[in-house]
Design a protein around this ligand. Sequence first.
Ligand code: ADP
Ligand code: MG
Length: 590
Amino acid sequence: MAFGKHIVPGAIALLVIAALPLLPVPPFWITLANNIGLAALVAIGLVLLTGVGGMTSFGQAAFCGFGAYTSAVLTTAYGFSPWLSLPIALVVGAVVAVPLGLMTVRLSGHYLPLGTIAWGLAINYLFGRIEMLGRYDGISGIPPLSIGGQQLMSSDSIYYVIWGFVIATAIGAQNLLDSRVGRGIRALRGGAQAAEAFGVNIKRAKLIVFVFAAVVAALSGWLFAHMQRAVNPSPFGLDMGITYMLMAVVGGSGHVWGAIFGAGVVLILKEILERTLPHLLDTTANFEMIVFGFLLVAILQVSRDGLWPLLARYLPGRPPRDVSADGAGLERRAMPEPGSTLLKVDRVRKVFGGLVAVNDVSFEVKAGQIVGLIGPNGAGKSTTFNLITGILGLSGGSVTYAGEALTGMNPRLIAQRGIARTFQHAKILPTMSVLENVALGAHLRGDAGVLRSFLRLERKEEAALLAEAAYQLDRVGLGAHKHRPAGDLALGQIRILEIARALCLDPAFLLLDEPAAGLRHGEKQELANLLKKLRSEGVSVLLVEHDMGFIMGLVDHLVVLDFGTLIAEGKPADVRKHPAVIAAYLGSAA
Ligand code: ADP
Ligand code: MG
């Protein structure tokens, strides 16, 4: 299976890349291919940062500059060998990226790209002002790369170095996306809240992609410096920053291989236009930039997601990975002592502007109980969930879990304590597979970081995480849908998917916000059986539900809210007879 037919196009592409300098092609083809490779590195970084992470940056050329200037200075003024200056150039890129990233990833909307333009311009200006960097003249006399005593002076010889780095970076980037860390990164766009509720550090994930993009740009700059053997500020300015962004977008900004393709399309198009237009139009004016702009707009009209998806249609898809579903590979949490007080909600309050959504509500959940939280629409049930799980801050009162105050903790820390939830308005990543959506729930049960993921050294852990996801999917009855995009499921199934995701956290306490909405009778029955089984395993559940039939036979204790206020609680059969409940809830439903 390892050499399935999906490998073939990759092998052909690799062969073409390897053979190009050996073929009788005009020398400028190789120069062009080198430039494509250098740009592709930057564009791969942008695929992760922008296409996947959702953060647009026009400032990447500045990071190329850091890579290039670092090596230029070290090799010309301090006698470093280029290979010795490589790790330093990458570290400089990373070290500069951390404060810039911390500043930038906080911005949202238009401010984010504007922010990158601002520092992109400022840094480029700085390059031209610093005496040590040769001001606007830059630095020349940079030594070429050498391998085994051979100096790589020609385009042909550095070609293999450049493309070796491009392919290694693309594979590493692909590995990174296809990992525990990568699931967090892929959740940045549109799934941040759910990811955070399962322990993903969203700020950190943003910073990781920012630094990654900066480091590969610095790598590109380092290669550039030793290819040109001279640097000056102009290739590291805003116009190149915009061009890199274009490459990523034209290629298909969510696809690693699309970045290489996009770099190729943009640079080849530019080359062709620069060669042909002056003859066609019989003028030397720079019309090519205008035509170039229009062509790119036309490409994006044809395919909003860039060109790669158009091409990928003709490539055989990757077969879904085999996953075992034994669910035995990960450690399980010790469950709290049955009957002990697990959750204590004490005079909890939430005010939105003038509206008191949750009004000094107090109740408890004992370990091993299923507690129902009911009340008419707008009663404050979901808000109570958000207060317990740290998505909203309390306006008053306190929440204690297993004797520890949760007040002030973020959703990540709360998840770490074994509290998992589903959302009333399902929060899934529709283009990601069902299996991977569910595996996000197991985030805290692994610890592989960026480097191990990039180098694919975390396969054992990753297999265990996916096996756990597959196991939980089988358990909730969605096992047959593992490899479908989650967005293809029916709404009821998506709710069940969220339960499987929550179970992947190995929770001791589960909060389910209207899990049975949209389910058919038989499916509700299965869900009820699953919840009873979880209870028998020691899991405690807090459940919001409207279907009284479903609730009555299932819960041990019932809490009723109306207009944010607790109006009754107790055994389901008693609460049902409570006059205030009949008036507020059952009355309105009847
Ligand atoms: P339930 O889940 O019981 O139907 P919610 O907890 O969703 O009710 O909402 C309780 C009240 O708080 C409603 O009046 C709702 O409009 C309001 N509310 C909920 N979230 C917000 C918010 N983020 N901002 C302002 N008002 C909110
Ligand atoms: Mg609700």
